[in-house]
Design a protein around this ligand. Structure first.
Ligand SMILES: Cc1cc2nc3c(=O)[nH]c(=O)nc-3n(C[C@H](O)[C@H](O)[C@H](O)COP(=O)(O)OP(=O)(O)OC[C@H]3O[C@@H](n4cnc5c(N)ncnc54)[C@H](O)[C@@H]3O)c2cc1C
Length: 413
């Protein structure tokens, strides 16, 4: 249930293998040693720094960072596909850990594209030097993220977080919620309204905000159903002043955010796939060793049918994911459609894979110290990351029929 290695480049094969060893030798034993650890209510106590240090030593914490600043430069023609391969391997061990690391890759890609040179010189070396340094991307607010995804481009749907130019800087006020790495990050990309008179495609700007900026407060770590090591958080900005040069994109920040979101959707699908592969591997072992009705489970035809269904769904997700990743790498016209398809398809198919895993494990499937319920919980969370499945479907149709589809929001007639 893995990629056909003969189709991978030497770089991809090496990255995939070293990642798999890290998962099998470090991450999986850590998770199995204490299934309750992700449920510790002190977020600081959940994931030991040593895990991030080991990930860092492999280079998988700083993917996307330009080589001149100490990052690991992947083949640019296959960067997104390689992100997918690695994200799948990490999520096969733990998808919350995968979330932590991939946020760094995605935000690093955004920064290398939009941050002025002096900010890259300042922040990339700090990110590279500290294995605990994490990045976060703050778009969602208490009022409806879906309006931004569609987008619903009218002034009344604008972000509530505002940034106002004052002297040599910007003053930010507002609240961001549901942010992956939000609780732990050292550096945030923050979207804010900078022109309330226009729609959000014209009036949204993005800023780079260091965690220690006065006025920035991390107000909570959200307790999520799955992917719990990501430490999803909420951040409040109260008269938070950032210098003028911390502006990344002025006005059309949402229009330019595809540089983050297209690889992001591929990575979401790949993490999801990793969870499905783990569920399949665990279940395949179980049904070949556990006996009911006088024979191992796999010899009961109803069990075999479920296993075939799991394998088929995984293969289908992988095939679509590979096509979509290659389209994003090639900047192909169908990239937007395919990356949304891959994200939605993976989130629904892998949830079904995990449901089969729960069923085939019987009561053990529901027990914390068996680890199957964790995969089900982790899979469930992907439905709502990077847009809901419904909004993603609307985006698929909108990208296929731009002339006729798209007006999915507005005041009631
Ligand atoms: C685990 C996790 C991690 C996340 N990480 C991040 C992050 O790092 N950064 C970040 O900025 N955000 C993050 N998010 C937020 C995520 O992107 C949003 O939760 C998601 O886009 C849905 O937005 P919402 O929660 O505001 O739901 P809403 O927009 O309030 O939607 C509620 C319901 O209404 C439906 N709906 C809304 N508008 C329409 C419409 N016009 N037509 C049809 N149906 C509609 C939606 O499909 C949904 O079913 C994360 C969320 C989760 C769960």
């Amino acid at each position: 249930m893995s990629w056909d290695e003969s189709r991978l480049t030497e770089e991809q094969r090496l990255m995939k293998r070293s990642c798999r060893s890290f998962i099998d030798e470090v991450v999986t034993p850590f998770i199995r040693a204490n299934w309750q650890r992700e449920w510790l209510m002190d977020p600081d106590a959940r994931l030991p720094r040593t895990i991030l240090e080991e990930a860092d030593a492999l280079g998988i914490r700083t993917l996307g960072v330009p080589e001149e600043f100490g990052g690991l430069q992947l083949d640019p023609e296959r960067e997104v596909e390689t992100f997918a391969l690695i994200a799948e391997e990490i999520a096969r061990g733990d998808s919350g850990l995968a979330d932590k690391l991939v946020q760094n890759w995605k935000v690093a890609v955004l920064l290398r594209t939009f941050a002025p040179r002096h900010l890259q010189e300042r922040w990339f070396p700090r990110l590279v030097a500290d294995p605990g340094f994490l990045l976060a991307h703050c778009l969602t607010e208490p009022r409806g993220a879906s309006d931004r995804w569609l987008p619903y481009n009218v002034p009344e749907a604008a972000m509530h977080t505002r940034a106002v130019r004052m002297g040599d800087g910007w003053v930010i006020n507002g609240r961001k919620q549901f942010i992956s790495n939000g609780y732990d990050a050292s550096l945030y990309v923050v979207y804010a309204n900078t022109d309330p008179k226009v729609g959000m495609l014209q009036g949204t700007s993005s800023f780079l905000v260091p965690r220690d900026t006065p006025g920035l407060t991390v107000t909570r770590c959200n307790e999520t159903v799955g992917c719990r090591f990501m430490n999803n958080g909420e951040i409040v900005f109260e008269n938070c002043i950032v210098p003028e040069d911390h502006l990344l994109v002025e006005g059309d920040a949402l229009g330019k955010a595809g540089v983050y979101f297209r690889p992001g959707k591929i990575i979401q699908a790949a993490k999801n796939l990793g969870v499905g592969v783990a569920a399949f591997e665990r279940t395949a072992d179980y049904v070949q060793s556990y006996v009911q009705g006088g024979r191992v489970l796999i010899k009961h035809q109803a069990v075999a049918l479920r296993l075939a269904d799991m394998a088929s769904r995984i293969a289908a997700v992988r095939a679509l994911l590979r096509d979509a990743a290659q389209a994003v790498d090639a900047n192909a016209p169908e990239a937007e459609t395919l990356c949304n398809m891959a994200k939605v398809f993976a989130s629904e198919e892998i949830l079904k894979v995990c449901q089969h895993a729960m069923e085939l494990h019987g009561g053990n499937g529901a027990m914390l110290d068996f680890g199957i319920e964790k995969l089900f919980r982790d899979a469930a969370i992907f439905l709502h990351m990077d847009a809901t499945t419904d909004i993603s479907r609307l985006k698929i149709v909108k990208s296929m029929f731009p002339a006729t589809a798209g007006a999915y929001a507005g005041p009631e007639a």
